[in-house]
Design a protein around this ligand. Structure first.
Ligand code: SF4
Length: 411
């Protein structure tokens, strides 16, 4: 049975295409270690040492710990590490790492808030107890407090402090908590603790039985969805900038190819020419439609004036006749109007709702596409879907950073 991990599941949620590249096609790419991940690893190692030594009754001083951090940094540093920002040097990152550890040390010294049970602990979460849906994870620090309280600690070294809503929705630590609950049946309470080291902030979340059960079911449903998926659509987002498959992804492949072209080759590229022609035609159609709409409005107004003047209800032409209605009509509250809900309730009360409501097939397709329905529901509904050939082209304006200079001097 396949083994999942939080990052594997998260990869699917963020972009099914990336998931396919990584876990189905297993395309290997050269992943360069960034200075951010290097810094994060060194900080994790340092905090691991702190707690491991404490388990053996050895208390490091802050200076000893910082010395360890600097040594690890020097020992593991290599020139292949990617520094993405031109504004900062490796020394800035080293100082930052020292600050993370210093703040942490001062905040928790003498580290007796709880008893460490395990460090970087491998945990396998068996979601339904049959071994069919298994998730593997590593807990930075697992600790115990009197009274059957278990703590799952996770160190974050990123430079953004997420809002609480994001933490509430995060599933990584709750997944581990399910594993801890299964492994330690004496657990009365499990605390999920994130340490945002860059901000010297600790955020703790607790979940109840019901929430854990909901998460179990959601994860099973998600795994089933992945295993039943026959399409892995690209889901472009800000995360694409960190995607190792960007150069081979259909969303960006053409752009990468064009970037290497001379200006002449770029302008004579078949794709560039076709998209430009398409954009030109759409623009032309837009203008023509506007012009025709204006003409229609003007003629309509003239027909109404003519009918009023002549006292006519219908005006006759050679190929058509125009019925003219001048007066008032009654309209129901439109979408977004609060009274619409009231109307809905009245219709339901009188049993008319079924007669006037209809399935919104576009909304339903969207829910299916976004995987927003439970897999059982989705599979039942899928039976009603028929395959239809889709060939559409959506045109979007290029952002400034996507545009290529057309001036030959800048070549
Ligand atoms: S570049 Fe973006 S859209 Fe393409 S696979 Fe990666 S994350 Fe998905």
């Amino acid at each position: 049975m396949p083994l999942y991990s939080y990052s594997k599941l998260n990869c699917y949620l963020q972009c099914p295409r990336r998931y396919r590249f990584a876990y189905i096609d297993r395309i290997k790419t050269e992943i360069k270690e960034t200075i951010e991940s290097f810094t994060g690893n060194i900080v994790h190692e340092t905090l691991r040492k702190l707690y491991k030594d404490l388990m053996y009754e050895k208390m490091n001083t802050l200076e000893e710990l910082l010395e360890y951090l600097r040594n690890q940094w020097r020992r593991k540093w290599n020139d292949k590490i990617l520094i993405t920002s031109e504004d900062y040097t490796p020394d800035n990152y080293l100082k930052m790492a020292e600050r993370f550890v210093r703040d942490y040390y001062k905040r928790y010294y003498p580290f007796n808030q709880s008893r460490t049970i395990a460090l970087e602990e491998r945990i396998i979460v068996d979601l339904d107890g049959t071994g069919r849906y298994k998730i593997l994870g590593y807990i930075d620090r697992l600790a115990y407090r009197d009274g059957g309280i278990y703590e799952i600690h996770d160190y974050k070294t990123n430079m953004t402090l997420p809002i609480n809503k994001y933490i509430e929705q995060d599933i990584q630590l709750p997944i581990y908590a399910i594993g801890v609950k299964d492994r330690y049946p004496d657990a009365k309470d499990i605390r999920l603790i994130w340490h945002f080291l860059a901000f010297d902030r600790e955020i703790e979340i607790r979940k109840d039985e019901e929430e854990f059960e909901e998460l179990r079911q959601y994860l099973i449903s998600l795994i089933r969805r992945i295993e039943h998926a026959d399409e892995f659509p690209a889901k472009p987002s800000v995360l694409c900038d960190w995607c190792e498959y960007k150069q081979i992804c259909g969303e960006y492949k053409h752009r990468y190819k064009l970037e290497t072209r001379t200006l002449d080759d770029y302008l004579s590229d078949k794709g560039v020419q076709l998209v430009d022609r398409y954009a030109e035609l759409l623009e032309k159609r837009e203008k023509l439609l506007e012009e025709i709409d204006r003409e229609i409005e003007k003629t309509k107004k003239e027909i109404i004036d003519f009918a009023k003047r002549e006292g006519l209800d219908t005006v006759y032409g050679t190929k058509a006749k125009a019925k003219v209605i001048v007066g008032k009509r009654h309209v129901f509250p439109s979408k977004g109007d609060g009274r619409r809900e009231e109307l809905k309730e009245v219709l339901k009360k009188h049993g008319i709702w079924e007669q006037v409501s209809d399935i919104d097939i576009y909304k339903l397709s969207r829910l299916m596409r976004d995987g927003a329905l439970p897999i059982e529901v989705e599979m039942e509904i899928r039976k009603f879907q028929e395959e239809e050939k889709v060939e559409r082209v959506y045109l979007n304006r290029l952002r400034e950073d996507e545009k290529r200079s057309l001036s030959p001097e800048e070549e």
